[in-house]
Design a protein around this ligand. Structure first.
Ligand code: ZN
Length: 423
């Protein structure tokens, strides 16, 4: 990536931890220079007003909108990229296979802008803790590029088989799974399952992140009531079934989720393999998504994730947070700024990460997107520069060139040779 870390002028001594972003547009319309030092934003000031810092690397962000970076609150790194033709036949789930796919998937998502990712990973079954081993290896591979955390997802936690599942869940947390997850709807005793998850989470002080379609109001009410007792927080997703309930029933469920302090992580781009049979599609084959407006109106914090990334649950999944935000804005009735908040601020909050604002003192987790306003950025978000811990870690540059007759029709169009004017 030779262009993304400009070198200081000859003879100058660079502070390798400093980086100046010049001429960036902010969401409030200001054009600013931003100085990063190490993992933090050190200063933000009117463009051209920062004192010169000889030798400091600079990135020109003229024409770019600078935003807090997105985060991915619902990835499936162990199954990602298994729908590709190269992996037809039985999918290998050795730790090395999982590590390679999860790393590649995380880098794709990092290129989209997600500098932190939470990956659900199945434990038990034939692989025991092998998939988690692969995810934790991917976490180490990605150090300095993106923060990957693992959610352990056990199969059964009640009855005779549940004893093994519970022991494995405890082992998973000791190994490094930072979040306790699971699918209560798949256990013969969903409430018993949820209670077991919460017990393990309480033992280790972990947050909880459960899969549910939320189509059973009574079960959801019990989950919401249990959630109130978890200090590290409870997330539920994708909750698509909530949208199929009668409006008054869904509204009551939303009130209960709000009272329990539950965050709903919706998946606007489609479902994931985490919920049996995946009920994220309707009998007519259509896709459904949690009723985001209704949830927000009830005071529920709603984050949006990518879900499946090219696995059997969504062979064309992109894992692009800006696409998730675009879908919330274009189909979910959510304003563009709030839609972006669902994939950035709310996503970071549910992941237990500190808030990011483009202000001095905040983490230097940033995404620059070509455009002037958030609406335009969600509409045509091709060119992106991703910053993690104060360092440019990915750059996507799109160049669109029109033929001469198109340029004659509208002279402002980018023509060949004016490559900086791309989307
Ligand atoms: Zn899932």
């Amino acid at each position: 990536m030779p262009d993304s870390q400009p070198q200081p002028p000859d003879g100058a001594t660079a502070d390798p931890t400093a980086l100046v972003l010049r001429g960036a547009r902010l969401a409030d319309g200001r054009t600013v220079d931003v100085r990063l030092r190490g993992p933090r934003i050190e200063a933000v000031s009117t463009a051209g007003a920062l004192p010169p810092a000889p030798g400091t690397a600079r990135v020109d962000l003229g024409g770019y909108l600078l935003l807090p970076a997105p985060a991915e609150p619902h990835a499936h790194g162990d199954t990602a990229l298994t729908a590709d033709p190269a992996t037809e036949g039985p999918v290998p789930y050795t730790p090395e296979d999982v590590r390679r796919r999860a790393t590649e998937a995380a880098l794709l998502q990092l290129g989209h802008g997600a500098t932190a990712l939470r990956a659900h990973v199945r434990i038990g079954d034939a692989q025991g803790l092998g998939r988690l081993t692969g995810i934790l290896q991917a976490r180490r591979s990605l150090h300095g590029l993106a923060e990957l955390t693992a959610v352990a997802v056990p199969r059964l936690l009640t009855g005779v088989a549940g004893a093994d599942g519970l022991a494995m869940l405890r082992d998973a947390v000791k190994m490094g799974a930072a979040v306790v997850g699971g699918c209560p709807d798949l256990d013969p005793d969903p409430t018993g399952y949820a209670e077991a998850v919460l017990e393990v989470a309480a033992e280790h002080g972990c947050p909880v992140d459960l899969h549910t379609e939320a189509a059973d109001p009574a079960r959801l009410a019990r989950l919401a009531a249990l959630a109130g007792g978890v200090p590290a927080g409870v997330a539920l997703g994708p909750c698509a079934g909530l949208g199929e309930l009668p409006p008054e029933v869904a509204a009551r469920a939303a009130d209960q989720l709000a009272a329990g302090g539950v965050t709903v992580v919706c998946l606007p781009q489609g479902g994931c393999g985490g919920v049996a049979g995946s009920a994220s599609s309707r009998p007519d084959g259509g896709r459904r998504v949690a009723p985001v407006r209704l949830l927000r109106a009830a005071g529920v914090r709603v984050a949006a994730g990518g879900g499946a990334l090219r696995d059997v649950a969504n062979p064309v999944g992109r894992g692009d947070p800006l696409e998730a935000a675009y879908l919330l804005a274009s189909q979910g009735g959510v304003r563009a700024a709030a839609a972006y908040g669902a994939v950035s601020g709310a996503a970071r909050a549910v992941m237990g990460l500190p808030e990011v604002r483009v202000e001095a003192g905040f983490p230097a987790e940033l995404l620059a997107v070509r455009g002037e306003r958030i609406e335009g950025a969600l509409s045509l978000a091709y060119s992106r520069i991703v910053i993690h811990r104060g360092r440019v870690v990915a750059r996507t540059s799109a160049v669109r060139e029109y033929c001469d007759s198109a340029v004659a029709a509208l002279p402002e169009l980018p023509r060949q040779g004016r490559s900086n004017a791309g989307p």
